[in-house]
Write a new protein. Structure first.
Length: 360
């Protein structure tokens, strides 16, 4: 039965609009009853989602009302919840939710064949992020951790968190990194059977940085051709020959080329087909996700602290996840799993016991 009216508000076009709503009581006198349609339209969750979408698209809190759905001057004059402070509070709440959900997600259901790790800087903060590639070719934003630099402690913390969230780290996994010593050390310390693939594009850039401008193009082309050779032995021979040539005139470039050379040839050594190798030979997959994070945060002028960097980065990772497609050559991932298991089996060093054991 009806029980009068009272003032309320509903969400309409990204704003709160005042309304007069009816009140309803149970006929048996047990108390007031909720009105389902009013409960639906009075929810503020849609406002938070809209604020997050618009700010990640580049709309500032000051300009937020400009991007709202038009509802007429009369309703606009009575509306609320469009001030920059209100929008900012909703955005902070939604990004905190996105961060919490990302860091608390259960990873036990993922069967990862490849893992990529890289860092992204926001002002004075550095966020280390992880991206997984499942056996079905689907990419998954996994986790992030914040610090000042890409150091082994941060990366270890990231990987331990993945393990504690039930990610299976016992199976062989191809791990793509940019060549950072800190990343490599943490991966070897935490994962049971990592097979490291260093980014070939980073290696080419690192070598070219040691060369004068006139030589960069030709050396870069020779390295790229070598990385696309038919076999790892052929590629290694070509790269070592190039390093020997550079020894005479540019020893720094030669040393950079030799450093970690084996780990840049992992996809060739595993016999990964070209369509899939194109994805795994570099860290482009995770850098694509990082570029989405940077793009969404491009309008931020003042970074207050590391928590703010985490919130923005997590929101960007979630948005990037909505755009992901399966990796090229995903049908070959099962064969890659077999190659990884064979590689680990062939390279296991047997434990030798020098002590004599007496039989009972």
């Amino acid at each position: 039965m009806r029980h009068g009216r009272e003032h309320g508000s509903v969400s309409l076009g990204g704003r709160r609009v005042p309304v007069t709503r009816p009140r309803v009581r149970a006929a048996d006198g047990t108390g007031e009853l909720p009105i389902p349609c009013y409960e639906l339209f009075t929810s503020t969750e849609i406002l938070g989602k809209m604020a997050m979408e618009k700010m990640l698209a580049g709309l500032s809190t000051r300009r937020y009302p400009v991007g709202l759905e038009p509802v007429g001057a009369q309703i606009t004059g009575k509306s609320s919840a469009t001030s920059k402070s209100a929008v900012s509070r909703r955005f902070v709440a939604m990004t905190e939710t996105a961060l919490a959900q990302l860091l608390a997600a259960d990873l036990s259901g993922l069967d990862l064949v490849a893992l990529m790790i890289d860092g992204v800087h926001f002002a004075e903060s550095c966020c280390i992020v992880a991206l997984g590639i499942g056996i079905d070719g689907v990419k998954h934003p996994l986790a992030l951790v914040e610090g000042s630099t890409e150091n082994a402690t941060l990366v270890t913390e990231l990987l331990v968190d993945l393990r504690e969230r039930s990610l299976d780290v016992t199976r062989p996994m191809l791990v793509g990194i940019d060549g950072s010593t800190a990343l490599r050390k943490a991966v070897i310390d935490v994962l049971d059977h990592p097979v490291i693939q260093r980014c070939q594009l980073h290696k080419v850039r690192n070598v070219k940085d040691h060369l004068p401008q006139r030589l960069r193009s030709s050396v870069g082309r020779r390295m790229t051709d070598a990385y696309h050779a038919d076999s790892a032995l052929e590629a290694e021979a070509a790269l070592l020959a190039l390093a020997k040539e550079l020894d005479r005139t540019h020893p720094g470039a030669a040393a950079s080329l030799r450093e970690g050379l084996d780990q840049t040839l992992t996809v060739l050594r595993l016999g990964v087909p070209p369509t899939l190798a194109r994805t795994l030979r570099s860290t482009n997959c995770i850098e694509s996700m990082i570029s989405v994070c940077r793009e969404h945060a491009d309008n931020v002028k003042r970074w207050r602290d590391g928590q703010m960097a985490l919130r923005w980065c997590a929101a960007g990772m979630v948005e990037a996840g909505k755009q992901f497609r399966r990796v090229n050559g995903h049908l070959h991932l099962a064969a890659l799993r077999t190659a990884l298991e064979r590689h680990i089996t062939e390279n296991v060093v047997p434990v030798m016991h020098d002590e004599q054991v007496s039989a009972a």
